[in-house]
Ligand binder design. Structure first.
Ligand code: CTP
Length: 470
């Protein structure tokens, strides 16, 4: 077995290790062990450069040390567990961070992987998980949040709570909690009306635990109806919001304009030029800006996504239509251009379907208007903060720097969109934020994050820049 002498590691790694271990209250050796364990679990990016790690540290610290805006969501084992994933999405739309804990029974209905993908955070399942105990054990999961939500709260979980049992992670968290707890019961009507469940529910209310629902309705069991259906995710969100310290609305009063998705450039009535953009990043930014209180207009190319609640969405097809949509949505205070606009269109799209047989069609391409550059260079009506993306497959920072200067915007989020990165159409992204300060350009490397987290961090950065605390 090889041995590792920490003293001989290079200075940047040692500095990073010292910071991490001090922050986590561990020895440096123990920190190395945790990093290796995380790596084996697939949770650590092994190739993160020290500079990237350093730049990422403030982001991670903010995320890890504050309980504000954080919810621990315990998912119980019932058919309503599938709605818990929608609940996570709704909470995140409101700028809240959600850590999921799944009981054993819950994992029969949803997987920790699904919960972690939707929440953008690790999902927790085991009480005696050594990494979890060091990293976010049951005490931390119980305390590092403003609220614990249990959805669905099964008859079994309620019974355990009423009797103070703590034989798994979920019940141990509930017993260790000092803050508010909100239950969304869900069970068969006969179980809900059972005398034992009634006693337990009354006891829990006396203990100061809040309940939302259950509602009356159809049960999963065929032909059964009655009181026992879990409250709808939006009802649970509304109930949860009442417990949160003031929900941060750092962008309230700000008009935010966002572009998203690809554009389709017609060749003839049935064919078009397009790209692989899914629109996920732009839609996530719109949801995060809305949750931060902004008045949001989203101009989107053709995508298969639903507009976030409360956002004005204008769907367009081509780059020229997108430009018109953007101009019509001005004035705005902040403009964020996340669309993958097609650079070229066919000069003379066929009015009828082009037919084979007449040789290769002469597809002359002409350049589309550059929407970002056009808006960034407006004399009047220029938004005070104009932000673009740089989709690159090579020389990421150099190309993004040139783009920032050429287009005249204030910030660029550079991302690697090569096939290997999986960014186009995928759920995660690694961002390098370039900011222009006069002639100088600064670069901040962000760690790999879900597109929702990128959106959250971008909105928080915008809010900080505009001088409002996020
Ligand atoms: N953009 C735009 N209108 C265009 C092309 C791009 O608004 N016609 C915006 C994008 O929304 C993005 C930024 O400009 O915010 C950069 O887009 P990108 O595709 O990375 O670069 P291009 O300008 O298309 O340049 P190239 O394809 O040469 O990299």
């Amino acid at each position: 077995m090889a041995s590792l002498t920490i003293r001989k590691l290079d200075d940047a790694i040692k500095a990073d290790l010292r910071l991490r271990s001090a922050k986590n209250g561990r020895s440096v050796e123990e920190e190395v062990r945790v990093i290796l364990r995380e790596y084996l679990d697939g949770r650590t990016e092994p190739a993160m450069r020290p500079a990237a790690a350093e730049a990422a540290a403030p982001l991670r610290e903010r995320a890890e040390t504050t309980s504000e805006g954080r919810i621990t969501l315990i998912i119980g084992g019932g058919i309503a567990a599938y709605k818990a994933l929608d609940l996570v999405r709704r909470l995140k739309e409101r700028h809240l961070r959600v850590r999921c804990v799944l009981t054993d029974a819950a994992q029969q209905f949803v997987t920790p992987l699904a919960a972690s993908a939707v929440s953008g955070e690790r999902a927790y399942t085991a009480l005696f998980d050594p990494t979890s105990e060091l990293d976010a054990g049951h005490i931390r999961l119980a305390r590092d949040c403003e609220l614990i939500v249990v959805a669905p709260a099964t008859a079994d979980l309620m019974a355990k709570m009423a009797h103070g049992l703590a034989d798994d992670l979920a019940s141990a968290i509930l017993l260790a909690a000092k803050g508010p707890i909100l239950l969304a019961p869900a069970m068969n009507p006969v179980m809900w009306s059972n005398a034992a469940t009634r006693r337990n529910a009354e006891q829990l209310k006396r203990d100061g635990i809040a309940l939302v629902g259950p509602n009356t309705g159809e049960m999963a069991e065929k032909g059964e109806r009655g009181l026992g259906r879990m409250a709808e995710p939006l009802e649970i969100v509304a109930a949860a919001e009442r417990f949160m310290r003031k929900t941060a609305k750092p962008l309230s009063g700000q008009r935010v304009l966002i572009t998203a998705g690809p554009t389709h450039e017609p060749i003839d009535p049935v064919r078009y030029i397009a790209n692989r953009s899914s629109g996920k990043q732009g839609f996530a930014i719109a949801a995060a800006a809305k949750a931060a209180g902004a008045d949001v207009t989203l101009i989107s190319g053709p995508v298969e996504l639903e507009g976030p609640i409360g956002v004005t969405v204008v769907f367009v097809e081509s780059a020229r239509q997108m430009l018109k949509g953007v101009e019509a949505a001005l004035p705005a205070d902040i403009a964020i251009f996340a669309a993958a606009v097609a650079d070229w269109r066919v000069a003379h799209a066929g009015e009828q379907k082009l037919k084979k047989g007449g040789g290769m069609p002469p597809l002359q391409l002409v350049e589309n208007p550059d929407i970002l550059a056009r808006i960034a260079n407006l004399k009047e009506k220029r938004p005070c903060l104009v932000i673009g993306f740089a989709a690159e497959t090579e020389h990421l920072i150099d190309n993004a720097t040139a783009k920032l200067r050429r287009k005249g915007c204030d910030w660029i989020l550079a991302n690697d969109v090569s096939a290997a990165s999986g960014v186009m159409g995928g759920d995660r992204n690694t961002i390098h934020l370039l900011k222009r300060n006069g002639a100088d350009i600064s670069v901040e490397d962000w760690p790999l994050m879900s597109k929702e987290e990128v959106a959250f961090e971008l909105v928080a950065e915008v809010a900080r820049t505009l001088g409002k605390p996020a």
